[in-house]
Design a protein around this ligand. Structure first.
Ligand code: PHE
Length: 445
């Protein structure tokens, strides 16, 4: 357990790219647009922005700060800041288990994205193949072989990056992948302004129409603000622990939260301008929006196969820079606490997660009939983590930061005492209350 020299980012930019790489993922490009589509567009977007500002950002600062001050993995940081037997370390444990489980099925979805990159390269998402595009996802789901292959491919890529270390792996690859991702995103974003659907897309996303208000969309927005900022599982905590103690936690958190939000909105504009360019296509087609509706529309446009390729590559990179942050939570813990080399840890932990992920990969084919409490393994892991473990982890981290580290820590972050007090009380009361309401409503529903 002896930690002499801990690895660190080479600087602020390294952290910003890695942390925004973690935050920007399937949550922004796959989930945000379809959840917004299902929850009335503009109303959801407004709630989402409010939730990011009032819940997500303070929770992000809290998590970052626990790592930055604790200078250790998600469990040890609590011990360093409190004492060896600190009960707060349970929050770290929740995060660890959540990372383990989430990565196991996130990797399956990441695999679908790579499968679609492959399909796009081979011209399967193109006007020539338009008649078959809507069956691409169901076909993939039905094939245990394809699901397994791409899931293992995605896990292998994740392990490859993590085993190389903080600077030579995480930082090095996010420094390449994030700019490419931003470039592709901008390309598609500006292109969407030339589509006939742009006006309707902007109206759908940004027109606040109170009649579509529902408490469900509000709850969705709170839950999503946690997921999209990678909060509650110790990923930001672990990344924060590789940051110099002197760096400004507020400025860095604000930068990452802004980038994440802008990218989610841009993805929304790209997707909905495509959707609304085709009369008769609805914005509320759910999880199939990215894998079925969108490819159908790509197949119907000039040069669509290139747009499809650019789009799925963008998503693949976004997913990969997120998955490495999940694996890093577990690897940092095991590697530090048990004094095992990073390489060995990454290979072993990655192998176990990949094996566990097979249960999710098989959930749509050979194990489709096997259910636990009426849920397939994929849905079980998804629900268990997003409804329970992530909120619990986030709750623990916010309470710890708010009640144990503040006001001292908030005063170190802000020179203005009013700002410090706002942060303290957001973390003490507002964030925990929001999390408890979400958990409570899930249990009651
Ligand atoms: N924030 C990522 C996304 O939007 C998901 C994620 C959650 C990554 C938690 C790491 C930790 O897809």
């Amino acid at each position: 357990m002896a930690q002499t020299e801990r690895a660190h980012w080479s600087g602020r930019l390294g952290f910003i790219l890695a942390a925004s790489g973690s935050a920007v993922g399937l949550g922004n490009i796959w989930k945000f647009p379809y959840v917004a589509g299902e929850n009335g567009g503009g109303v959801f977007v407004l709630f989402y922005l409010l939730c990011i500002a009032l819940v997500g950002l303070p929770a992000f600062i809290a998590e970052l700060r626990v790592g930055q001050q604790g200078q250790a993995n998600a469990v040890q940081s609590f011990k360093n800041l409190d004492h060896a037997g600190s009960k707060w370390r349970v929050a770290g444990w929740c995060g660890l288990v959540a990372s383990f489980l989430i990565l196991s099925f996130y990797s399956v979805v990441g695999g679908w994205v790579f499968d679609f990159v492959w399909l796009a390269i081979h011209g399967e998402i193109s006007p020539d193949n338009a008649a078959n595009v809507s069956t691409l996802l169901p076909e993939l789901h039905a094939s245990a072989f394809r699901q397994t292959f791409w899931h293992l491919f995605f896990m292998a890529a994740t392990v490859f990056i993590v085993l190389a270390g903080v600077k030579d792996g995480l930082e090095r690859y996010t420094k390449i992948l994030m700019p490419v991702l931003l470039g592709l995103l901008m390309l598609l974003f500006f292109r969407s302004f030339a589509t006939p659907g742009i006006g309707k897309a902007l109206e759908f996303l940004f027109r606040f129409d109170l009649s579509s208000f529902s408490t469900d969309s509000l709850l969705e927005a709170v839950g999503h603000s946690f997921f999209t900022l990678s909060l509650g599982m110790g990923a930001i905590l672990t990344y924060g622990s590789y940051l110099d103690k002197k760096e400004s936690a507020f400025r860095l958190s604000l930068t990452v939260a802004l980038l994440d939000t802008v990218i989610a909105l841009a993805a929304g504009v790209i997707i909905f301008s495509t959707v609304f360019s085709n009369p008769g296509t609805e914005p509320n087609s759910g999880p199939g929006l990215m894998f079925i509706t969108l490819p159908l529309l790509f197949a119907d446009m000039d040069g669509g196969q290139y747009v499809a390729l650019a789009f799925f590559l963008l998503v693949a990179f976004a997913a990969l820079t997120s998955s490495v942050s999940m694996l890093e939570v577990v690897v940092a813990y095991w590697h530090e606490q048990h004094n095992v080399s990073r390489k060995k840890t990454a290979l072993t932990v990655g192998g176990i997660i990949a094996a566990l992920g097979l249960l999710s990969a098989f959930s749509t084919n050979v194990l489709a009939d096997v259910t636990v409490y009426g849920l397939t393994f994929f849905d079980l892991f998804d629900k268990l983590t997003s409804l329970f473990l992530l909120p619990m982890g986030g709750l623990g981290i916010s309470l710890f930061f708010g009640w144990k580290m503040c006001p001292k820590s908030a005063n170190q972050i802000f020179s203005n005492p009013l700002h410090a007090a706002v942060l303290t009380w957001l973390c003490r009361i507002v964030v925990p209350a929001a999390v408890l309401i979400v958990i409570g409503s899930e249990i009651l529903s």
